[in-house]
Design a protein around this ligand. Sequence first.
Ligand SMILES: [Zn+2]
Ligand SMILES: [Zn+2]
Length: 211
Amino acid sequence: MIIKTFPMGLIGTNAYLLIDEESKEAVVIDLGGDFEVIKDEIEKYNAKLKYILNTHGHFDHIFGERDAQKIVSVPVYIHEKDKYLVENLPKQLEKFGFVANAEPPKDIKTFTDKDSFKIGQNEIKIIHTPGHTPGSVCFVIGKTLFSGDTLFYTSVGRTDFEGGSFEKLRDSIVNKLFNLDDDIEVYPGHDTKTTIGYEKKYNCYFGSKNL
Ligand SMILES: [Zn+2]
Ligand SMILES: [Zn+2]
C-alpha cells in the first residue's frame, strides 16, 4: 500500500492518498484543498479513485471535495453524525471568518462504525471517536491509523467547537485508541505522524508520563 501525504487548503490540513498497487484502486482521506496534485499522483500510478472518506465534517477537511467531483465522479463518505457539517460547509466557512464561496460535495453517503471499506484486498475499519465532532472517526488499515483531528502528535483535537465534548474525546482516546497496538502508526489531520505507543506515554493530555 502506498500512502502519500498532501498538506493543503486554508489551514494546512493533511489529505492522504492511498493506492493499492495490486488492484490499482485509490482512496483519498480528507480533501481540504486542490485536487489537481492528487489527481496527477493517481494518474502516475495508473490508479482509479474509488471514494473519498472523511474523518469528520470540518471545512478544512472537505473544502476541495466538490471541485474534485467535477473532475472525477466519486462519492464522499462521512459518519452519519457529521453529515450536517458537510451540508453546512458555507455556514462553517462564514463562522471561521472565510469567504463562504465553496459548494458542499454532492453524493454524500453516510456510514457508522459497523461498516467498513475496501481498497483492493485490504479492509479499512472504522472506529467512532466522538469528541472533536459528534461524528469524528479514525480509519484503520493494518498497522496504520488515520486519526483526523482526534489524536495528534503529543496533542489532541479541540473540543470547543459546536458539538465538541472533552469527556467524549477522552473516552475515545483512552478507551478506544489507546487499546490498539503500540506499533500502530498514526497519520493525523494536521502536523506530523506519531504512533499509539508514543502517545500513550507522551501525549500532553492523556499520556502516562504527563498524568
Ligand atoms: Zn476538525
Ligand atoms: Zn482540521
